[in-house]
Design a protein around this ligand. Sequence first.
Ligand SMILES: [Ca+2]
Ligand SMILES: [Ca+2]
Ligand SMILES: [Ca+2]
Length: 407
Amino acid sequence: MKNYILSALLLATACWSCIKEDDDTGLPQTAKPSLALDAANIVITEGNADTTLTFKVKLGGLNLTNVVVTAATMNGTAVAGNDFILIDNQKLLFGPSVNEKEITLTIRGDLVKEEDETFELRLFDAANADLSNDRITITILNDDINPADFINIPETGYTTPESYDGYNLVWQDEFAGETLNPANWTYELGDGCPGNCGWGNNELEYYRPENTLMTRGHMVIEAKQENFGGKNYTSSRIITKNKREFKYGRIDIRAVLPEGKGLWPALWMLGENIDNTSWPACGEIDIMELTGERPNRIIGTAHFGANLSQHQFRTAAKFLPAGQKFSQEFHVFSIIWKEDQIEWYMDDQLYHTITPANLNGQPYPFNQPFFFIFNVAVGGNLPGSPDATTVFPQRMIVDYVRVFQQQ
Ligand SMILES: [Ca+2]
Ligand SMILES: [Ca+2]
Ligand SMILES: [Ca+2]
């Protein structure tokens, strides 16, 4: 019974409003023509070149006068300019007896990996027609890949904790972003010329940002055999100078290293005063270097000396067990650095220590802030040039860098 009454009430309300509208004009009712987008929501694969879509707007019923409607695109997650070409309040005029118009929409294709994205095409402000189906959603499906997503990232290897008793984690870069974080890093580009050609070591590479790749929480520096900038190899070199500089602490860097004659990956630091106090008086801490012809050996080194002619260094090597290589899985390269002492570790195994007593009377430059440099050099004084056995591309894969300081 209740349901019956409710239905009757609704019916009565509907009829009453119908009659009222019909009564408004007092003239014989001619139905306005109906105007609609002759399309439904669509899904399109982006493609690598622009794609043109044509939509019909159809007028139904008798059009005795001019009908006008406005079409526009509305940004969603897809944005005009980047993902499609803006339709900015385009007027569609239907003269008498015209009952169809077209809207042309351009979807921009590219090779960049993106999320799937949507936007809308809308009709509004119809004059002399009743508008229905006035909007559709266009979904653009990503069809691009990040080439770095196909790089093999080893799943095994040594790892270290995110906290240590008595220390605070003061800085970390886990390389989780889609691009290198510019708050932390600056690219050093080119071949060092003029002024420091070959980066002071007769290196053979040209540094480019394109050789730094981000994938799945890792930063990859790729050394390639290709001609660019007058060099036969390209690679990347990134620094934290003027952005992230530290004095003392425990530093952990987890990485997989390249291999092959002529490859020279390095995770290292320079004194932040290098612009005023030239090398080696500013000090250099090589947390890890490897020469690719010995893929099971890393070296940790401190460079110092009052001036260039008095340059000295203290170095030590750490080997993996026979049959293992640093290119196969992750290892963690660390220093524990305090006043008047630096210790070098590989997978928490101490293999090198320096104190002022080890510096043969040269000034000790390591009690001041330093910045990081991560790079993969090709050729140069330390490793010599690549040869026929060297396979390119080669990659240094860095999972994280973390700096802990004593509480
Ligand atoms: Ca594409
Ligand atoms: Ca794309
Ligand atoms: Ca990571």
